[in-house]
Write a protein that binds this ligand. Structure first.
Ligand SMILES: *[C@@H]1O[C@H](CO)[C@@H](O)[C@H](O)[C@H]1NC(C)=O
Ligand SMILES: *[C@@H]1O[C@H](CO)[C@@H](O)[C@H](O)[C@H]1NC(C)=O
Ligand SMILES: *[C@@H]1O[C@H](CO)[C@@H](O)[C@H](O)[C@H]1NC(C)=O
Ligand SMILES: *[C@@H]1O[C@H](CO)[C@@H](O)[C@H](O)[C@H]1NC(C)=O
Length: 390
């Protein structure tokens, strides 16, 4: 038995080597030219900001009215419609990403999404029940990606039916690797009552784990990276409502300065890491995208951009921001003996905050429109050109 096992194992290993050697055609970031990149696939890692069905597949669907504006039903997204990642793949001419965990109707020909709502970079020491954070932290997403990488290539070679559902091996070297994760590492620490300084002290460890995953993807032949920094967490109603903050710590837009400064501190360190990786990985192109700046621009100039009540939640109930941690979007609340469904506001297209944690489709579209042409990227390289190094 053991002997046979070892033989099979060796056979598998040599098959794998063969596959890997077939698939690692050298692909490099080229010095800036005018040819669009034609990414054949997008592989995404992240949290609810880019989850297209991962958490829903594992822990139950996001309830209605999530999805109402665009999909007209719940679609595994925490929003009334599409997320920034949806607009990204759409603009690249690719279909919306299937969640890796989604067993139903998935088609991974043009990529896969490993993100789940509540994901952190570092594995947490709390359960999802205790903290709301997902057990599918970035290291788990990386295990899943590695399994996906190996098994899709075996399927591509040996299977008939499933072949039509997985990427071409070349897609791994020519595809775009997108990351939008880290926000929950910061808020997760704050909700455990760590001080801002204590959370800051954990950032080197957090980014060390992030770096390991980027390098692992690079080792597998990934060359093109698109990395979102983290948004203004101090403007999110669930943070404003539940973390201790005094009047003197609010900025003129009603956001909590210490928490936004924490996000900016994290972002500076993330940007330093990206610059370090650009030096260490000369064949890679890594685009650092300032999502913080785009989202904050929207919140601070909401009216100029056609939005109303920047911090008011569209799908929520009660209190200062129309948000109550005990009664989420799609839930039910009893008010004077009457049961009320916590539904959507009249016009989500003029609102920024969807449910207190996430953004509306309109806000996501606005942010996407800002970042797609590269004006919020360090390199000033647009999404379509994100395979070229400046
Ligand atoms: C979880 O606990 C381990 C062991 O004490 C520690 O090293 C790690 O940093 C903790 N993780 C988080 C996210 O706090
Ligand atoms: C999966 O998507 C690809 C590309 O859009 C398409 O060619 C293929 O037929 C799809 N597979 C199935 C089984 O629908
Ligand atoms: C954090 O502090 C609040 C207020 O003192 C308390 O209610 C809560 O239980 C604490 N949370 C944790 C995880 O210790
Ligand atoms: C990028 O797009 C935004 C939104 O459409 C626009 O305001 C900005 O001027 C553009 N920047 C460049 C460099 O094209």
């Amino acid at each position: 038995m053991e002997h046979d096992g070892r033989k099979t194992c060796m056979l598998k290993a040599s098959m794998l080597l063969l596959l890997l050697s077939l698939s690692t055609k050298p692909v490099k970031a080229t010095v800036s030219n005018n040819n669009p990149c034609h990414f054949p696939a997008v592989f995404n890692f992240g949290d609810s900001n880019s989850d297209t069905g991962g958490l829903a597949a594992a822990f139950g669907q996001a309830p209605p009215p999530n999805g109402e504006t665009f999909f007209h039903r719940p679609a595994g997204r925490y929003s009334d419609g599409r997320l920034v990642i949806d607009f990204m793949v759409q603009s690249l001419g690719l279909p919306y990403l299937s969640a890796y965990l989604d067993a139903l109707g998935s088609n991974f020909t043009h990529g896969a999404n490993f993100a789940t709502g509540g994901s952190t970079i570092r594995p947490q020491n709390t359960t999802r029940h205790q903290s709301g954070l997902s057990p599918i932290s970035l290291n788990v997403q990386s295990y899943q990606f590695n399994d996906f990488y190996v098994r899709t290539q075996i399927i591509r070679k040996d299977e008939v039916f499933f072949k039509e559902l997985v990427p071409d091996p070349e897609a791994f070297s020519r595809g775009l690797y997108a990351f939008d994760i880290g926000q929950n590492d910061l808020t997760g620490g704050l909700f455990l009552n760590l001080t801002v300084d204590q959370v800051k002290a954990s950032i080197p460890d957090i980014l060390g784990q992030f770096q390991a995953v980027v390098k692992d993807v690079h080792d597998k032949g990934g060359r093109f990276f698109w990395i979102h920094n983290t948004g203004p967490i101090g403007c999110l109603p669930y943070v404003l409502e539940h973390l201790p903050i005094n009047e003197g710590q609010m900025d003129k837009n009603g956001c909590a300065k210490p928490f936004n400064e924490l996000a900016q501190f994290f972002n500076q360190k993330l940007k330093d890491l990206v610059n370090q990786l650009l030096e260490e990985l000369p064949e890679a192109m890594i685009t650092y995208v300032d999502i913080y700046k785009a989202r904050y621009a929207l919140i601070s100039q909401a009216h100029a951009h056609g939005f109303e009540h920047p911090l008011r939640v569209c799908c929520g109930y009660g209190q200062k921001y129309n948000y109550n941690i005990h009664v989420g979007c799609g839930g039910r609340v009893s008010d004077n003996g009457m049961e009320i469904f916590v539904g959507s506001c009249k016009d989500p297209s003029v609102m920024i905050m969807w449910d207190g944690i996430h953004y509306t489709e309109a806000a996501n579209k606005w942010v996407f429109d800002q970042i797609v042409n590269g004006s919020y990227s360090d390199s000033l390289v647009s999404l379509l050109m994100a395979c070229h190094r400046k």
